[in-house]
Design a protein around this ligand. Structure first.
Ligand code: ADP
Length: 444
């Protein structure tokens, strides 16, 4: 959901054709403030979390209550004229709108449900309370469906085919074809093909948002919706997510945090039908919301420098207490403990090799670290594991070679366990390491 709000903030300065339709602009600067897109995204998310499992009427009532509460709290966020009246009317009725407001606020529906049917049905309800024109409803459903498909491992080709088939949008035009003629237009039917062009042509989250802004017109909303889908497909680099969070007021941030907690995978949520995948983020592994994070430990398992020290500091002294009972670990092997104060429930400690160019064993041992860590995660029925770049710090393994070994080991493991869903997140401490992984990754 942060992806939607980031798109909104990044696109906001260029709305109403104020940009020059380029991808080359500063991502954050002055004027990157959230607008109505973010406020309503939060409102819908809160309503759906509160009303999950209730009847359709119960969900509708929660949506109206929540949108009015948040809209009245932030009345100057930039709503359209008709919608602002809706926000301030007692018992407002739907007004047959096909404005793109229904699509920009729907992203939470893409994350909260376990199947596509419920996802679409709930997204339709989020539109129905105000934007009940068939195009308004389609915009919300298409956004949520694309998020659901992206986060459950569908390829871009599969997402494109589904959206064209189910919603009838023409997704054949590229950004280059759409850009010259696009003008400010706030309808779902014009906005959605722009959104999908921006997403389908992108190479990562940032690129999707840049594509969206470069199309001009209603840039904050195009980028909001494209950002919400791109987040589900690629994840959001931690540094960009932090910029976004820093621009949200405490009350909106609190809903976002609750949402992240409620949508984080828990130990038993994975099923064989969820496809496994590898994603990359820039960030601090101690902050990751995975079932387990992996520690690049030393043989003593009693803490050390680098990522090892950071994990022990974040988890607190009880982690060391448990580690003492494990009596160390051999290079290439892995042991598991609780996560204590970390968001992750478990820490998998693995000992990478100290690099030595002449020792062929190094590669075998580094490969084994990844395989044994994933074996252990599966043994504990875990379905999401975050890895640091093992051995690439004080142990001196060249980054490019280490990334190649890591990716090969993880892909081999995933292929060897096709019936087990495993979300592998590679946490790069900085942009350089992220670049190394991106260049080593082989996307189909
Ligand atoms: P090793 O001893 O296995 O080389 P290090 O901790 O020295 O382990 O470094 C491993 C990698 O982890 C390095 O690429 C380093 O940049 C990275 N790293 C350090 N701290 C963190 C952190 N908090 N989150 C993610 N990665 C980190």
């Amino acid at each position: 959901m942060i992806g939607a709000m980031l798109g909104d903030m990044i696109g906001a300065p260029y709305e109403f054709d104020r940009g020059d339709k380029t991808k080359n602009f500063p991502l954050f600067g002055r004027g990157n403030n959230f607008t109505d897109d973010s406020v309503m995204t939060i409102a819908v998310a809160e309503a759906l979390m509160n009303a999950r499992g209730k009847s359709d009427d119960g969900i509708r009532a929660a949506l109206v209550r929540s949108m009015q509460k948040w809209g009245r709290r932030y009345p100057d966020a930039g709503y359209g004229g008709r919608f602002i009246r809706w926000l301030f009317t007692e018992n407002p009725m739907p007004n047959n709108s096909f404005g793109n407001g229904s699509a920009m606020r729907a992203s939470a529906a893409g994350w909260l449900f376990d199947d596509l049917e419920t996802t679409r049905h709930t997204a339709a309800l989020t539109a129905d309370v105000s934007h009940n024109h068939p195009e308004g409803i389609k915009g919300a459903e298409a956004t949520a469906a694309a998020i659901f498909l992206a986060r459950t491992g569908s390829s871009k080709a599969e997402i494109k085919a589904y959206i064209e088939r189910e919603f009838g949008y023409d997704l054949s035009r590229t950004c280059a074809e759409l850009r010259p003629t696009n003008r400010m237009d706030e309808t779902c039917q014009v906005t959605m093909p722009l959104v999908f062009a921006a997403f389908l042509e992108s190479t990562d989250f940032e690129d999707a948002v840049r594509n969206a802004v470069s199309l001009g017109g209603d840039t904050d909303t195009i980028a909001c919706i494209a950002g919400s889908i791109a987040e589900a497909f690629y994840g959001v680099p931690e540094d960009i997510a932090t910029e976004g969070r820093n621009r949200l007021p405490a009350d909106m941030l609190a809903v976002l945090e609750r949402f992240d907690a409620e949508t984080a995978r828990t130990a038993d949520s994975g099923s064989a039908s969820d496809k496994s995948r590898i994603s990359f983020v820039i960030g601090d592994i101690t902050q990751m919301n995975a079932d387990a994070i992996v520690n690049a430990a030393n043989k003593s398992l009693l803490g050390g420098s680098g990522v090892d020290g950071a994990i022990h500091r974040a988890a607190g002294p009880d982690l060391l207490e448990e580690c003492r009972k494990l009596h160390g670990c051999n290079t290439g092997e892995a042991k598991i403990t609780g996560g204590y104060r970390l968001k992750a429930k478990y820490v998998i400690h693995t000992v990478g090799p100290v690099y030595n160019a002449r020792d062929l064993q190094c590669e075998t041992l580094l490969h084994a670290c990844y395989v044994h860590s994933l074996d252990l995660a599966k043994q504990y029925h875990l379905h999401s594991v975050a890895f640091p770049a093992i051995s690439t710090g004080v142990y001196g393994y060249p980054k490019k070679e280490a990334a190649a070994v890591a990716l090969a080991a993880i892909s081999e493991w995933l292929s060897a366990h096709p019936d087990y869903s495993m979300d592998v997140i590679i946490v790069c401490y900085d942009a350089e390491m992220y670049g190394v992984y991106q260049s080593q990754a082989r996307f189909e």
